[in-house]
Design a protein around this ligand. Structure first.
Ligand code: C5P
Ligand code: C5P
Ligand code: ZN
Length: 476
């Protein structure tokens, strides 16, 4: 077979065989944009293969969650966008004969073995940058369906963009081959274009005013400045009384705005490597209506995060499966709330500040930031003036569902920068080992990882994390 990721062909074929011989499958996936698109790809593939299946979502796989999954009536469980990190627990259930696990994931695997395990990291492909959970699911879908799966490449790209796998503004490695299959299938378009968030849905002044990717003095965070800048250009950016969006502009009009923006940025002292961030590769879903969130991979992924992280994965999955109307309206309403929460969360971190230690910086949001978005806020804070960029950020938040009588627990999210990773930082190992040292568990990727620890162990966790980071720095 000729899959988009040849290194994974053999594993994909084995997983496809296991799926095809299943009586019925429980598809279990993660509650973020990558997890939802993973489920969208896998569920469609199962449907087309005529394998009966149900779909469940989980915030995070742990003993309890996996026991719940085992209690279902399916002989096979397909884990997407998680599972590798919990392989030890899953393997125990497999031994008990509870279910046959099939895993399509890109997280750092735990130390255990299973037969049907599709993960780029097992074959030397970078799971942080080259293949997402949705990408791994796509590889499986291709093994099941051959060319009949290539329309699903668009969702796989949304997953990769949602997991922030782009490097210097574009997808790399295996991800680019998946994108190319989407282009070939006619569902995706790639272009060098303005790399700001909101090109489909934001009126032009808002697009520029809210752009957090690059700070252009006199335009970013400056409504009147953004309007003056646009009014001063030699193109009509209005449509009747309304502002047009980026998506409404012709190629020539876009070029006029981009070159004026670049000039202004340079003139206002924005550094060269910042200015280049204004332009990147954009991924357009050509089958979706222009001017909607679904048309742009980045806006699509944010829309999905706004559903699953608020216990409405059903809404996000429906949108991934092509349902419009009611689920899309519901997703948009959730998106408004999500935006508000992110901006309030970031505002809170900016006001309160972070505690800077030798190896890391941290903040504790208690219940002021929802645990499911505290990692997103940490990532935003790391890219803002509120923090230093020379050490990782660790964020704590109160776990929801603490009132169920169990011991209180704390959610931990950590984020690094690409250059810290280049210097040897691996947050996946830090969060796993430091959390386990204090009676918790965690994992993830080099650049972004999470954990759960017992409440009250935050200080001990930070000490353990600092020790590991110091070691990584010395080795790196
Ligand atoms: O569980 P999963 O792999 O899907 O999630 C990856 C997480 O890492 C996402 O929440 C993504 O936004 C985050 N990430 C980040 N910064 C990066 C890369 C990924 O915050 N540079
Ligand atoms: O939850 P958060 O956004 O901080 O997660 C960052 C990354 O770490 C995600 O890829 C997530 O799947 C992973 N993670 C994990 N184990 C945990 C918590 C998070 O592997 N206990
Ligand atoms: Zn993922």
């Amino acid at each position: 077979m000729d899959g988009p990721v040849p290194e994974l062909d053999e594993r994909a074929a084995a997983c496809a065989d296991a799926i095809e011989s299943a009586d019925s499958v429980l598809l279990a996936s993660h509650i973020d944009a990558d997890g939802l698109t993973s489920a969208g790809v896998a569920s469609t593939a199962l449907e087309r293969t005529s394998v009966p299946h149900d779909v469940v979502f989980s915030k995070q796989l742990d003993d309890e969650e996996i026991a719940g999954i085992a209690a279902h009536d399916h002989d096979t469980v397909l884990f997407t966008d998680f599972g590798s990190g919990q392989l030890d627990i899953i393997a125990e259930h497999e031994e008990e004969g509870d279910f046959t696990p099939v895993i399509a994931d890109h997280h750092q695997p735990a130390d255990a073995d299973t037969e049907y395990h599709l993960n780029p990291l097992l074959e030397g492909v970078d799971g942080g940058k080259e293949l997402s959970g949705a990408g791994a699911s796509y590889v499986l879908a291709r093994a099941l369906l051959g060319e009949d799966a290539t329309d699903l490449a668009a969702l796989a790209v949304v997953g990769a963009v949602g997991d922030r796998q782009t490097v210097d503004g574009e997808l790399v490695g295996a991800n680019t081959r998946i994108a190319a299959e989407g282009v070939e299938a006619g569902v995706l378009d790639t272009a060098k274009d303005l790399a700001l968030y909101g090109t489909q849905t934001r009126p032009l002044p808002k697009l520029l005013e809210y752009a957090s990717e690059v700070y252009v003095p006199g335009i970013t965070n400056d409504e009147q400045g953004a309007i003056r800048f646009l009014d001063g250009l030699d193109v009509d950016l209005h449509d009747g009384g309304d502002w047009r969006t980026w998506a409404d502009l012709s190629h020539e009009e876009r070029q006029t705005v981009v070159s004026a923006l670049v000039k202004r940025a340079v003139r206002n002292g924005v550094a060269g490597d910042e200015v280049t961030k204004l332009v990147g590769t954009t991924y357009t879903l050509t089958e979706e209506a222009p001017g909607t969130e679904l048309r742009d991979a980045s806006e699509f992924s944010t829309l999905l995060n706004a559903t699953a992280r608020y216990e409405r994965a059903d809404v996000g999955l429906a949108v991934c499966l092509g349902e419009r109307g009611e689920p899309l309206d519901a997703a948009r309403e959730l998106l408004r709330e999500h935006r508000r929460n992110l901006s309030e969360g970031l505002g809170w971190v900016e006001r309160e500040g972070v505690t800077v230690e030798d190896e890391l910086q941290w903040f504790h949001a208690e219940d002021r930031i929802r645990e499911t978005i505290v990692g997103i806020v940490a990532g935003m804070a790391l890219g803002s003036d509120a923090t230093r960029s020379d050490r990782p950020i660790v964020a704590f938040g109160k776990k929801s569902g603490d009132d169920d009588g169990g011991e209180p627990e704390v959610k931990v999210s950590a984020r690094a920068t690409g250059s810290l990773v280049d210097d040897g930082v691996d947050l996946s190992a830090v969060l796993r080992d430091a959390s386990q040292a204090v009676g918790g568990d965690g994992g993830g990727h080099e650049v972004a990882a999470g954990a759960t620890v017992p409440a009250g162990e935050e200080g001990a966790f930070l000490d353990a994390a600092s020790d590991i980071l110091a070691e990584q720095r010395n080795d790196g």
